[in-house]
Design a protein around this ligand. Structure first.
Ligand code: ADP
Ligand code: MN
Ligand code: MN
Ligand code: MN
Ligand code: MN
Length: 339
């Protein structure tokens, strides 16, 4: 007996890493994560090593059914190690493991809203060959062939994520034509991040069969068109139980060098997207507020009403590394809440 395992990893492409994958045939009956073998790849082809010393190690960290191949086949998300088994410099997961363990008793959870844009060759899906479509206004959560482009791909991607057992909580059409969103979570930091990476891989892989590409470019069309973000919703046990903790978290994110420490790690090209226009706050000014989609951090109205719940960090770009944004939020907010 044999099955196919698609080993997926995050490469070293600058300034935004890309996903790579290759297939391993494993003989024997399918078993759990712990029994999946480590593997390797040519790091000189992924910006992760020099040609003279090119071996990198793939260590499985998360696996799920492969909804594309079906049967006993699986997807295997890996972290990248050097041959001495230490985390590779491109491995941002290792640092999250340490921070998530340190603050585990505060029970942090995340829901990440992943926005993305379909491209048909060189232009967004739904954009005419010459010029531009009708201005933004009717596309967000729209219906009908004049407003919606790529729904069949979006539905196929959602089905694939659910078949894989990923914790998606919803999807919607976005403000720009060809732009969409799916949400993963709420889940613990490592779970939400691993699952978001796999959901991204499934997005590219699903769209591939339709001859369409998907991009996490934070500002795919210059001018009066919305960028693509990854609003990161966050809570701890204390925040889910009381409003003081909500305010403590919002204040902690505004202290000293924190706004810049966060923003500069929230995805390449963030100053192109966080302009102060298009439902964003300027990248260099921190603010928080109830219901405010022009603030860096939004407290949903229901949270103010219930006096408990979660906050939404609206700053992360679509191309943010979830291992990084969850680590920074846990580190900053949980350190403040610990006091
Ligand atoms: P928006 O109104 O900003 O578009 P969405 O519905 O797209 O909001 O996304 C909200 C996200 O917040 C979802 O992924 C949801 O699971 C997540 N969420 C809900 N409650 C919590 C919580 N207590 N802590 C963290 N995330 C949460
Ligand atoms: Mn080869
Ligand atoms: Mn949303
Ligand atoms: Mn959105
Ligand atoms: Mn949002």
């Amino acid at each position: 007996m044999a099955f196919k395992a698609e080993y997926i990893w995050i490469d070293g492409t600058e300034p935004t890493a890309k996903l790579r994958s290759k297939t391993k045939i494993i003989t024997g009956a399918p078993a759990g994560l712990d029994s999946l073998p480590i593997w390797g790849f040519d790091g000189s082809s992924t910006n992760q090593a020099e040609g003279h010393s090119s071996d990198c190690v793939l260590k499985p960290v998360f696996s799920c059914p492969d909804p594309i191949r079906g049967g006993d086949d699986i997807l295997v998300l890996c972290e990248v190690l050097d041959t001495d088994m230490a985390p590779h410099p491109s491995n941002t997961r290792a640092a999250l493991v340490e921070v998530a363990e340190r603050f585990a008793t505060q029970e942090p959870i995340f829901g990440i809203e992943q926005e993305y844009t379909f491209f048909d060759g060189t232009r967004p899906l739904g954009f005419p060959e010459n010029g531009f479509p009708a201005p933004q206004g009717g596309y967000y959560c729209g219906v009908g062939a004049d407003e919606i482009f790529g729904r069949e791909i979006v539905e196929a991607h959602l089905d694939n994520c659910l078949k894989a057992g990923l914790g998606l909580s919803g999807i919607n059409a976005e403000v720009m034509p060809g732009q969409w969103e799916f949400q993963v979570g709420p889940l613990a930091p490592l779970e939400v991040s691993d699952q978001l990476w796999v959901a991204r891989w499934l997005l590219y892989r699903t769209a591939e069969d339709f001859g369409v590409s998907a991009t996490l470019d934070p500002k795919p069309v210059k001018g009066d068109w919305n960028g693509a973000g990854a609003h990161t919703n966050f809570s701890t046990k204390a925040m889910r139980e009381g409003y003081d903790a909500i305010i403590t978290a919002c204040e902690a994110l505004g202290e000293g060098s924190k706004p810049l420490d966060h923003v500069k790690n929230y995805g390449a090209g963030i100053d192109d997207r966080l302009t102060g226009l298009h439902e964003t706050a300027p990248w260099n000014e921190y603010s928080y507020g109830v219901s405010n989609r022009g603030a860096s951090v939004r407290i949903p109205w229901q949270v103010e009403k219930d006096r408990k719940g979660y906050i939404e960090d609206r700053r992360p770009n679509a191309n943010v590394d979830p291992y990084v944004v969850t680590r920074l939020l846990v580190d900053t907010c949980c350190t403040a809440l610990e006091k």
